[in-house]
Design a protein around this ligand. Structure first.
Ligand code: N01
Length: 544
């Protein structure tokens, strides 16, 4: 690494061709706030996004029924008091459409779009050690150069399309939930197959079933889902939160997930059957992800976890009428170790409809897709539309989708062959001046994404300001710091029961992906550790 550069000083002379101080990939929640933050430091910033507008995950996941599983008053920015005061959420859980409207408003309010190029993929980027800059290759064959390079590409943005023989031969539409078309899809009177039982399928299937001629849910692993108990927000409850919005947010920051819920003080193992039922029922009626907060040890102890799982299993039995179907729907895994699904109160109820059937892929695996449908076991299911609710190559997919080369020319793909390694979830040894917002090793998907994004953006912004103020041009995480962080992330995970199940948290949903626990558990301790690194003069980094 050369030592001839400073952000504001002589380096500007030596790098005449620099186009931007920073290039950001992605115009979702993370990219938009990062742009705003860096502008406030006087930087010339440009954002690229392959989508036709702002929104990131909320741009692409426009399937019917898409709704956030974090309450709207919390799933919103908090960096600007006026913004959070003026925006008016109407429902407890916001729809995809409402979230997109909110992000459009944010883009407008802070005049962000003038620095964003839409419909433009970033194909690759490489770091040049001589000039301490990034060369970024865009989909139009051009290369732009910047001092900093920030991947704000999201954690769940590369759709997983399963390798099913004949999928291309299907004569009707094959739609991944994460790429739902903007134009309306004709559902009425159609025979539809939905593959998967994750959060996406659980939301989309009941909506489609309302008008489809027939809906077949192709299930490989039965899922747990709890109702969100969504309702309009009452004006006085909104006002009460807005009057103390900062304190409300601060309270949320203290929880493991950065979301406001009341964590039970007792262990699920110290109470009798009656109290278990009473506490779970209370949480069930409140709705949402807080269900597993009924007792404090649901994610720490297998036996405690089983009590929550048993409660949901009882609920499924009480809702679904067909005894054969109900047995197939009963999950056998631990609850929540694969992200707990949250539905609009209609998933299990859907199986009581005459136009819905369940196909258990454990008994009848998918053999191939034909022009007319899907062969499972020994029969062909004739359908008009195939919906893939088959999830995402989470955490690493979007980062590895861009051909990134670091200081030594080594690619990120090579570096991460055995699993991702980061320092603090956002920095990578060998990739100076590059940050990945909510990357692997950060709380990201095991937290409310919003405060996690804001934490990373604020940290990165402060780091860049520190570099400006002290005439540094280059920052790089050391391999030792990175190794220690990776070890720490695994140790924290191993103290919980999360890694015991297969899911996208450990990468097992993608064939061939190394099994590594990907998120960091514990928003408050993440914030504390990141802030300590900054206060300690960016310990674990080399600055030049
Ligand atoms: O994906 P998933 P998702 N043949 O990976 C099945 C967030 N999100 O898009 O379990 C047959 O959870 C797979 O089966 P199995 C949220 O964090 C949030 O639903 O591997 N089936 C599984 O059932 C969520 O957790 C919201 O056996 C195949 C399903 O597809 C995350 O996104 C809404 C298969 C994939 O489930 C991902 O959720 C939506 C195959 N070849 C999403 N391959 C909210 O805010 C995969 N499957 C509410």
């Amino acid at each position: 690494m050369t030592d001839n550069a400073t952000v504001n000083g002589p380096v500007a002379e030596s790098v005449k061709e620099i186009d931007f101080d920073t290039v950001i990939v992605g115009a979702g929640f993370a990219g938009l706030y990062m742009l705003h933050k860096l502008r406030s430091l006087g930087q010339n910033v440009h954002v690229y996004d392959a989508a036709g507008g702002v929104g990131g995950t909320w741009y692409w996941n426009r399937y019917p029924g898409a709704r956030c599983d974090v309450p709207s008053m919390e799933y919103s920015y908090q960096f600007d008091e006026d913004l959070q005061q003026e925006w008016d959420w109407t429902e407890r859980y916001a729809t995809q459409g409402d979230i997109l409207k909110y992000l459009e408003h944010v883009a407008e309010r802070f005049d962000l779009k003038r620095d964003i190029t839409f419909n433009m993929r970033v194909d690759g980027a490489s770091f040049d050690e001589e000039t301490c800059t990034w060369s970024v290759n865009t989909g139009d064959g051009k290369t732009v150069r910047s001092r900093f390079f920030i991947m704000a590409t999201g954690c769940l943005s590369k759709p997983h399309i399963p390798d099913i023989e004949g999928l291309d031969s299907f004569k009707g539409p094959v739609i991944h939930t994460g790429r739902w078309p903007k134009e309306p899809v004709e559902i009425e009177g159609k025979r539809i197959a939905v593959i998967g039982t994750g959060s996406s399928s659980i939301q989309v299937a009941p909506e489609l079933a309302k008008t489809a001629k027939h809906l077949m849910l192709l299930q490989r692993t039965p899922a747990y889902t709890v109702p969100n108990q969504n309702r309009p927000l009452w004006p006085d409850e909104k006002d009460a939160i807005k009057r103390r919005y900062k304190a409300f947010r601060d309270d949320a920051h203290k929880s493991r997930a950065g979301i406001l819920y009341t964590l039970g003080e007792k262990s699920a193992l110290e109470v009798d059957e009656e109290e278990l039922d009473r506490e779970y029922q209370k949480k069930w009626e409140i709705g949402g992800l807080g269900f597993t907060a009924a007792f404090h040890d649901i994610y720490d102890n297998v036996e405690a976890n089983k009590t929550a799982a048993d409660f949901v299993r009882k609920k499924i039995r009480s809702i679904v009428r067909d005894p054969e179907v109900v047995e197939k729907l009963i999950p056998t895994t631990l609850i929540g170790c694969k992200r707990l699904c949250v539905d609009a109160g209609g998933y299990f109820e859907m199986f009581n409809r005459d136009n819905v059937s369940l196909v258990d892929l454990r008994e009848e695996p998918i053999v191939r897709v034909t022009p007319n449908g899907i062969v499972v076991g020994e029969r062909e299911l004739e359908v008009d539309i195939i919906v893939l609710g088959t999830g995402f190559d989470a955490f690493t997919g979007a980062l590895l989708n861009v051909d990134l080369h670091g200081r030594t020319g080594k690619s990120l793909k090579q570096k991460w062959e055995d699993g991702p390694k980061t320092y603090l979830g956002h920095s990578i040894a060998g990739f100076p001046n590059m940050f990945a917002i909510t990357g692997p090793g950060s709380p990201s998907a095991l937290s409310n994404f919003l405060p996690s994004i804001e934490q990373d953006v604020n940290w990165i912004g402060a780091c860049i300001k520190f570099m400006q103020d002290n005439n540094y041009s280059c920052i790089e995480a050391s391999e030792e710091a990175e190794d220690e962080w990776v070890k720490h992330v695994q140790e924290v995970a191993d103290a919980s029961i999360y890694p015991l199940e297969n899911s996208w948290y450990v990468g097992t949903n993608i064939p061939g992906k190394p099994r590594v626990f990907l998120p960091y558990i514990g928003y408050p301790s993440y914030v504390e550790r990141c802030n300590a690194v900054a206060e300690d003069g960016y310990k674990g980094y080399s600055l030049m």
